[in-house]
Ligand binder design. Sequence first.
Ligand code: PGA
Ligand code: ZN
Length: 417
Amino acid sequence: VISRVTGRQILDSRGNPTVEVDVELEDGSLGRAAVPSGASTGSHEAVELRDGDPSRFHGKGVRRAVAAVNGEIAAAVTGLPAEDQARIDQTMIDLDGTPDKRRLGANAILGVSLATVKAAALAHRQPVYRYVGGAGARVLPVPMMNIINGGAHADNPLDFQEFMIAPVGAASLSEAVRMGSEVFHTLRKSLAAAGHNTNVGDEGGFAPHVVTADEALEFVLGAVEQTGYRPGTDITICLDPASSEFYSDGVYDYAGEGRKRTVEEHVDYLRGLLDRYPISSIEDPMAEDDIAGWQHLTRLAGDRVQLVGDDVFCTDVTRLRAGIEGGYANAILVKVNQIGTLTETLTTVDAAHKAGYRVVMSHRSGETEDTTIADLAVAVGCGQIKTGSLSRSDRTAKYNQLLRIEEELGDSARYGN
Ligand code: PGA
Ligand code: ZN
């Protein structure tokens, strides 16, 4: 039974305020969760409540969300059984009363939702992945490691946001982490040798001053090969162009490159990349509003590459169903703060799995030391996680938690999907 709920304002990995929540149970169990924050957000995400007071944190304070946690939400959930996650989440949804959680803030609600499950797991003396996923939860996800950052996550002219490697041929999660780390360090050397800076972007990947996707992909592919791995077999490449960021009115505007592409040209360009590089997954290849484009690409390439809907679905089961029925995408990115409660997140994952859509558990570009998504990836057994590069503690914290889980599972651990 929940005895106390405490919200506070802390900082995220970009140095912006975010919400942290402690949920305490009568038996003394304490669950603590911190809420992430996106930069290239989908327009249909649950609303992150910010104070908008320009005299504090440039308007980005979350004191109103924290006040909602400590006031209305604490009053509503104190005394409820922490095991009844669905009831606690529904109580907050009802209390908020808006379709997108804008009154209390999805950041307030998610903090309480995740802190509750962590407290309940502790009370049951179970790790979160087992408490949520049951005794059968034992699949460690293949990480998509974001080693070159562009788009809204870096100041370089790269139009595409994320260039990732997935160690699909690894025998275990720990081997995947080693392979990723090795390639990351090879990449640093080859970038430096080519005269590029080796500073990192928001998700810990390098942010060199390169312009086209081809340039970035050549560096990634070269680093994989030079490290001694077989592209396409040991390690595949995954992209997140985050296309909603550079689309409007039927045009994909590659501003860094200085050229515009029609929907057809954009699709052709992506298909050309698929022909030239060992790419296994593209997230948000098409913009959230370009449903016809999504359908077109899915028809042309959906049988040979994973097409992951991020902005287009926003972890919302209703939006996902539109994709399943409308024949677009074949996978979904799952971000807990896009929807705002654990219960709704699990509902979306379930609906995706039932429809044969693959699921990728994901961080945000603004993160904290909170590692709950690592546990959730194992809990739902989705087999894939996107949690950034092999640098920045906000990213490596998730890999480190996966390493602990793998160790704990011992011989029963499985890797991949
Ligand atoms: P965001 O980016 O967290 O800044 O929205 C991540 C993504 O687009 O997948
Ligand atoms: Zn994305």
